[in-house]
Design a protein around this ligand. Structure first.
Ligand SMILES: [Zn+2]
Length: 141
C-alpha cells in the first residue's frame, strides 16, 4: 500500500472501477492472514491487519442462490435496458461471497435452475455508458 492509498481510500474505489473498465476484478488481499476483501477495503476485516494489497480475482464463481427483484429492489438502469436479471449470491473460487446481478434469467429460466444450484457463472463487464459495472451470467449461456 502506498501512503497515498492510506490517506485517500477513494483511490481504492477508483482503482477498482477502473479495473472493471479493463475487464479485471480487483480485490485486496491481507498479507497477514490471506483473507480477500471484496469489494476492496483498505484494512483486513478478518484479522484487523491495517494493510492489504491488490490482487486480481480469477472470475471463476458459483451462483448459490437468487431472488427475483420486485418493485422496491428493482435495478432501474437494467429495467430501462430491457434486461432480464435476478439478484443472487455469488461465491468466487477465492472464497468471497457477494450479492450480484445475474443477467439472462427470466422467470422460466429461474424455475429451471432453482433446484440445480449452485451453478457456475462468469463475470460480464457491462458498459453502462458513464461507467463499467460487474454482472454475472450462467456459464451455459
Ligand atoms: Zn487479515
Amino acid at each position: 500500500m502506498t501512503t497515498e492509498e492510506f490517506w485517500n481510500p477513494e483511490h481504492i474505489v477508483e482503482k477498482f472501477w477502473n479495473g472493471l473498465k479493463e475487464g479485471k476484478i480487483l480485490a485486496r488481499k491481507c498479507p497477514e492472514c490471506g483473507a480477500i476483501e471484496f469489494p476492496p477495503h483498505l484494512a483486513c476485516n478478518s484479522c484487523g491487519y491495517i494493510e492489504t494489497e491488490w490482487t486480481q480475482m480469477s472470475g471463476k464463481a458459483m451462483l448459490k442462490s437468487f431472488v427475483f427483484t420486485g418493485v422496491l429492489n428493482a435495478r432501474l438502469e437494467l429495467e430501462d435496458r430491457g434486461l432480464k436479471y435476478v439478484c443472487g449470491e455469488v461465491e468466487f473460487e477465492e472464497g468471497v461471497s457477494i450479492n450480484a446481478v445475474i443477467l439472462g434469467i427470466n422467470k422460466k429460466k429461474g424455475r429451471e435452475i432453482q433446484d440445480k444450484l449452485p451453478l457456475p457463472v462468469h463475470p460480464v463487464f457491462y458498459d453502462m455508458g458513464r461507467y463499467t459495472t460487474l454482472f454475472f451470467e450462467l456459464d451455459e449461456n
